[in-house]
Design a protein around this ligand. Structure first.
Ligand SMILES: *[C@@H]1O[C@H](CO)[C@@H](O)[C@H](O)[C@H]1NC(C)=O
Ligand SMILES: *[C@@H]1O[C@H](CO)[C@@H](O)[C@H](O)[C@H]1NC(C)=O
Ligand SMILES: *[C@@H]1O[C@H](CO)[C@@H](O)[C@H](O)[C@H]1NC(C)=O
Ligand SMILES: *[C@@H]1O[C@H](CO)[C@@H](O)[C@H](O)[C@H]1NC(C)=O
Length: 348
């Protein structure tokens, strides 16, 4: 039990691999001599449902993943980390998690949850919940009554088409929201209050426009593989923190991009590949990665990168992809070497 804080710290500090790997905790514990099979409930750490593992050395975690479970088991109230992923769970009824008031992580991904089977008050007692993974289920809409304390919410790879306007209300600490691979046509104003959101992934949906009322703290915005036809006039100038924008595989044309839309400092990566652009849009000199492959670009306009080429105003571009367009290396103007002096890779 004394080892728990050290193990916890390792998990949190070890970066994404440790954080994302549900088996990380167990393997860390195994390497300390603990074996799942030898565990019995109620000997050391407290009670534990027979079908799950509750390591005595880390008594606030309960491992029930990958066991063909069809329902949410009894959860002792001491639990902070609950691993229920990769099962056959079809429902989270109201009350099922009411004893689990200390939960910090709830992993329910890769199950068979459908809308209507998640109770409106199923999560209402989880006031300390930090991460909720509901990805890879069969949800048709964002479940109601999600805890406001969430910092990470994964809803990707479901069948979500409906995002109620109050779906994320009050989640002022939410930093990561994953909604990719769903059937969303419009998120309406649902994202408006997410003042801490830094990563939003709505790729592979059915959006026809850039979502309105995007949070202004965004660092990463992923909108690829939708049906977006236009970029709003104040985008992305409104987002001072925005560093990564991906809008590849959409329906953008030259006309649908306002003149200086991407000429905003701070941008590091811009992916506009697989659209219908005929010209290179004007980009900020701070940009480092620009992906424009598979458009219909017909000319290499150096003015898109450098308005005046002098000793200070050159482009910071390192990678430029223009392959799959209607230009070739011979279209590169002679002054491009000066403007794009840092470009280690230009693909044409
Ligand atoms: C889950 O069920 C499948 C199909 O019946 C079976 O092949 C698999 O071994 C089961 N897994 C466990 C952990 O019981
Ligand atoms: C909650 O805890 C009480 C008291 O330990 C127990 O009787 C009840 O079955 C638990 N409920 C659930 C849903 O686990
Ligand atoms: C956000 O985090 C702060 C600091 O941890 C906390 O005091 C606050 O209650 C949290 N907000 C919500 C909505 O949970
Ligand atoms: C891009 O923006 C900068 C700073 O606002 C400005 O000086 C420059 O002329 C703009 N580039 C183009 C091609 O309009």
């Amino acid at each position: 039990m004394r080892l728990a804080p050290a193990v916890l710290l390792m998990g949190l500090l070890s970066g994404s691999a440790g954080e994302l790997d549900p088996f990380f905790w167990l393997s860390a514990l195994r390497s300390r001599g603990y074996h799942a099979g030898s565990l019995q409930a109620d000997t050391t750490g407290g009670d534990c449902p027979a079908e799950c593992d509750c390591p005595p050395t880390f008594p606030v975690a309960m491992y029930c993943d990958g066991r063909n479970m069809t329902r949410v088991p009894y959860v002792p109230s001491r639990m902070k980390y609950l691993y229920l992923q990769h099962n056959l769970i079809t429902a989270v009824p109201d009350g099922a998690l009411d004893n689990a008031t200390n939960l910090v992580w709830l992993m329910l991904h890769e199950n068979r949850l459908a809308s209507g089977k998640v109770g409106k008050r199923a999560f209402s007692k989880l006031q300390n919940l930090d991460r909720l993974y509901l990805n890879h289920n069969q949800l048709g809409s964002v479940p109601a009554g999600l805890p406001r304390s969430l910092r990470q919410l994964r809803l990707d790879n479901n069948r979500i088409s409906a995002v109620p306007p109050d779906a994320f209300e009050g989640m002022s600490n939410l930093t990561v929201l994953l909604l990719h691979n769903n059937a969303i046509q419009d998120v309406g104003g649902a994202l408006a209050g997410l003042r801490s959101l830094t990563l939003l992934d709505v790729s592979s949906n059915q959006l026809q426009k850039v979502p309105e009322s995007l949070p202004e703290m965004l660092h990463q915005l992923y909108l690829e593989s939708n049906a977006i036809q236009a970029i709003p006039g104040d985008f992305p100038a409104r987002f001072r923190q925005l560093q990564y924008i991906r809008i590849s595989h959409n329906q953008l044309t030259d006309k649908s991009i306002p003149p200086n839309a991407f000429n905003v400092s701070g941008l590091v990566e811009l992916d506009l590949s697989y659209n219908k652009l005929e010209r290179i849009p004007t980009v900020s000199t701070s940009l480092e990665h620009l992906y424009l492959q598979a458009n219909q670009i017909k000319e290499f306009s150096i003015g898109s990168f450098c308005s005046v080429v002098d000793i200070v105003s050159f482009s910071r571009l390192k990678v430029l992809r223009l392959d799959g367009n209607e230009i070739s290396r011979s279209d590169l103007p002679s002054d491009s070497a000066l403007c794009l002096r840092l470009a280690a890779s230009i693909e044409l």
